[in-house]
Design a protein around this ligand. Structure first.
Ligand code: SAM
Ligand code: DTB
Ligand code: SF4
Length: 328
């Protein structure tokens, strides 16, 4: 069993990760917190704001996703790509409310060259000009597209593995795990940071969770950013009836991610609205150091800004700019 020494390793075995994950909870959280403190400011929680710049109608069939065109029963209004000016204005509002990072998501299978991609480039440039970090998630990318994003100053590209290679085929069949890995390698080759994580609570086993962490921790370097989402079951998706997970499962997943990727930013992502203040704080103690901030994620409700003001006040961040805005 490894000591909690914060060493960066890329050779974790799945069984080693499982052993960490099943440690007694207090031991696991204690070790994760020790590693966290070696590598990060324990009082700093980065606020990232999320905006759906193009909603719904996606050709992929991800079983969890309300934006897939395959799930016709979902109550969601499709929307075309937003215009860059409004997006950058929303980023400015989010910044005024305390967000340091602005993440823009498009329900695309892949990027296509043309007017829409040009508009996304403009959004990235605009967000960077505000002095914020910019992240986009646009589906699969070709090298020349990654290059354009890098030139526009993109900080990070979000592209999740979602689950283990073994469980993946139960969740998505319109693209392969290898497609995901190929896009990640393309992004990386242009010097853009990777934001890559997954979802728990889709019916996968603990071994699947460890196996996903094994793939992430096997990357050199580790993804700079690792979002850990808890499934938000959405009516009309194939996973609608999946029970909401126990918050302590999220605590274990965050802690294990922190132990195997000591220097990465671990983002407590979707599912936070099902966690009370204390459970969220436990996740932060266990090594999460970022949250999505604002009333909505992409299409589903997030923890509210008011509740987050209480959360940040409780952990001692007394200056929480309380600005009410949909993109904040
Ligand atoms: N189409 C792009 C893609 O899949 O890469 C970007 C958008 S997609 C909505 C971004 C991520 O959101 C997914 O990879 C998934 O991890 C997460 N996500 C989507 N729906 C979710 C849900 N209902 N619960 C939790 N996470 C979800
Ligand atoms: C990530 O891992 N989680 C965020 C962000 N990356 C793009 C998205 C969560 C989406 C939750 C479902 C929704 O609101 O549509
Ligand atoms: Fe499309 Fe992304 Fe949703 Fe999958 S997760 S259906 S690729 S928007």
């Amino acid at each position: 069993m490894m000591a909690a020494d914060g060493t960066i390793r890329h050779d974790w075995a799945i069984d080693e990760i499982i052993d960490l994950h099943k440690l007694p909870l207090l031991e696991l959280v204690g070790r994760a917190n020790a590693v966290h403190r070696m590598r990060h400011d324990p009082n700093k929680v980065q606020k990232a704001s999320l905006l759906s710049i193009k909603t719904g109608g996606c050709p992929e069939n991800c079983a969890y996703c309300p934006q897939s065109a395959h799930h016709r029963e979902v109550d969601l209004t499709r929307d075309t790509l937003m215009d860059p000016e409004s997006v950058v204005a929303m980023a400015a509002t989010a910044k005024a409310a305390g967000a340091e990072r602005f993440c823009m998501g498009a329900a695309w299978r892949q990027v296509r060259d043309g007017r829409e991609f040009d508009a996304v480039i403009e959004m990235v440039e605009g967000v960077r000009a505000l002095g914020m970090e910019a992240c986009v998630t646009l589906g699969m990318l070709k090298p020349h597209q990654a290059e354009r994003l890098a030139t526009a100053g993109l900080t990070a590209y979000n592209h999740n593995l979602d689950t283990s290679p073994e469980f993946y085929g139960r969740i998505i069949t319109t693209r392969t795990y290898q497609d995901r890995l190929d896009t990640l390698a393309t992004v990386r080759s242009f010097g853009i940071d990777l934001c890559c994580g997954g979802i728990i609570g889709m019916g996968e086993t603990i071994r699947d969770r460890a196996s996903m962490l094994h793939v992430l921790a096997g990357m050199t370097p580790h993804p700079e950013s690792v979002p850990i989402n808890a499934l938000v079951p959405v009516e009309g998706t194939p996973l609608a009836k999946q029970p909401v997970i126990d918050p302590l499962e999220l605590v274990r997943m965050v802690a294990t991610a922190r132990l195997v990727m000591p220097a990465s930013t671990v983002r407590l992502s979707a599912g936070r609205s099902n966690l009370n203040r204390e459970a969220q704080i436990l996740c932060l103690v266990a090594g999460a150091n970022s949250v999505f901030y604002g009333d909505t994620l992409l299409t589903t409700p997030n923890a509210g800004i008011g509740e987050d003001a209480e959360l940040f006040a409780a952990i001692g961040e007394l200056e929480c700019n309380h600005v009410s805005a949909s993109a904040a």
